[in-house]
Design a protein around this ligand. Structure first.
Ligand code: GLY
Length: 417
């Protein structure tokens, strides 16, 4: 079996590792991939999925069993539709359904139509709009850019002054570009957050173990929001909450999707805020989470390559899970998330690390003649797998301590809050 993955980060490396556990030893290609994956997959780091001629020639030459689209950008840009039109089997939703992540307004309108619990909102496109509508909400105020904004699209303000300044940045200074030409002003949702992912063929769904991310940069949920500083899974929830998520969120989501003619073969990742046993949807993502994927995929016992190959053809099979726990601690570069330092020399890292129960995930590393250097904000993920949550966390942190670079940063409370 031959598989192509689009993407280059920790999520894609975790996918490579999980696919390599498949019984028929698939040949895995990643476009572009990264230096840190090169021991396990053929990476085309000099190129990109954005080069559609190169992507097309790769597909023609290799006749992949399926193509897995990792990040949201190619989905929002319609790469899955183009590949399907060319006759290839793809795991990844259509451009139409990618709007669930690509447009926060589309997602809210979808939820309203389907009766899915989510916070109240108005659509705004100017500072005036924000000023006229702020009285409808209580602080803290949430202003959410409509488009993809690389994790910078949600601004939470404690006061009206801060909210108006955020609106000025978004609509007048255009700090987020076109992504911020429209936005949601929405009611803040208190509670605790979980990451609920499921695979779907557009008709049925198969849930994955629930994960919990730690989005803030510093321990104790302090500091700026990031793409995610660490995750653990599986998070056990009460039967009642599980029932409420399935009946109030997933079933209405599937009903809407199944009535459409646009294909959804891929994953849906719900960011859900929980209050007691009541879920409220914060966001839809149309791809796997990063670093959620790093702690979810080690829990799958089934043959993932077989499962995804069938899904790419529209068939959804069952998945079985082991009884382990997995944790991923993200090791970041100084300056992350705003201005991460690249080119810092990494010591202690071994990309050929093959230990089954703890290993590094390459998120942003580069191999230069001088050795390994940082090449992004989230540099490595230290993954620990064990039969208890406590032991999985311990393994991840023991591994994290074996590498370093100047001003390395990681949270010390992943799984502990
Ligand atoms: N970890 C959050 C995300 O992938 O969006």
């Amino acid at each position: 079996m031959k598989i192509l993955i689009l993407g280059q980060g920790g999520r894609e490396h975790a996918l490579v590792k999980a696919l390599r556990r498949s019984s028929n030893s698939p040949e895995i290609h990643v476009l572009p991939g990264s230096d840190g994956m090169k021991n396990e997959a053929l990476c085309f780091t000099e190129d990109s999925w954005k080069n559609s001629l190169f992507l097309q020639s790769l597909c023609e030459k290799n006749k992949y069993d399926f193509i897995f689209i990792g990040p949201e950008d190619p989905l929002v840009e319609g790469v899955s539709d183009r590949l399907r039109q060319q006759g290839y089997n793809v795991v990844g939703p259509s451009q139409y359904w990618a709007q669930l992540e690509g447009s926060k307004i589309f997602a809210k309108e979808f939820m309203v139509k389907a009766g899915i619990p989510t916070s109240s909102f108005v659509v705004v496109s100017s500072v005036e709009d924000v000023k006229n509508n702020a009285k409808l909400f209580t602080p803290p105020y949430v202003l959410k850019a409509d488009g993809l904004a690389a994790g910078k699209g949600v601004i939470i303000s404690d006061t009206l002054e801060e909210l108006y300044a955020a609106a000025e940045n978004m609509f007048v200074k255009k700090t987020l570009g076109e992504a911020g030409s429209r936005a949601l002003l929405e009611q803040f949702t208190p509670g605790w957050e979980l990451s609920y992912l499921f695979f779907t063929n557009g008709q049925d769904y198969v849930s994955l173990p629930i994960a919990q991310d730690h989005k803030r940069l510093f321990d104790g949920q302090k500091g700026p929001n990031t793409g995610g500083m660490g995750t653990w899974a599986p998070l056990e929830i009460s039967k009642e909450l599980d029932h409420n998520i399935r009946t109030q969120v997933i079933q209405p989501t599937m009903k809407q999707i199944s009535q459409s003619s646009s294909p959804y073969r891929g994953v849906i990742f719900l960011g859900i805020m929980v209050n007691g046993t009541t879920p409220s949807v914060l966001e839809y993502n149309v791809r796997m989470g990063d670093p959620e994927t790093q702690s979810i995929l080690p829990l799958i016992d089934s043959d993932l390559a077989e499962f995804l190959s069938k899904l790419a053809h529209g068939d959804l099979s069952k998945l079985t899970f082991n009884k382990n726990f997995a944790t991923c601690v993200v090791l970041a570069s100084p300056g992350y998330p705003d201005n991460p330092q690249k080119g810092l020399s990494i010591s202690g890292y071994d990309s050929s690390c093959k230990m089954e129960s703890h290993y590094f995930i390459a998120s942003g590393v580069k191999n230069e003649s001088s050795g390994w250097v940082t090449n992004g904000g989230r540099v490595l993920g230290a993954v620990g797998i064990a039969d208890s949550k406590h032991a999985a966390i311990q393994k991840a942190y023991d591994l994290a301590k074996t590498v370093t670079w100047n001003h390395i940063h990681y949270r010390t409370d992943i799984g502990k809050t």
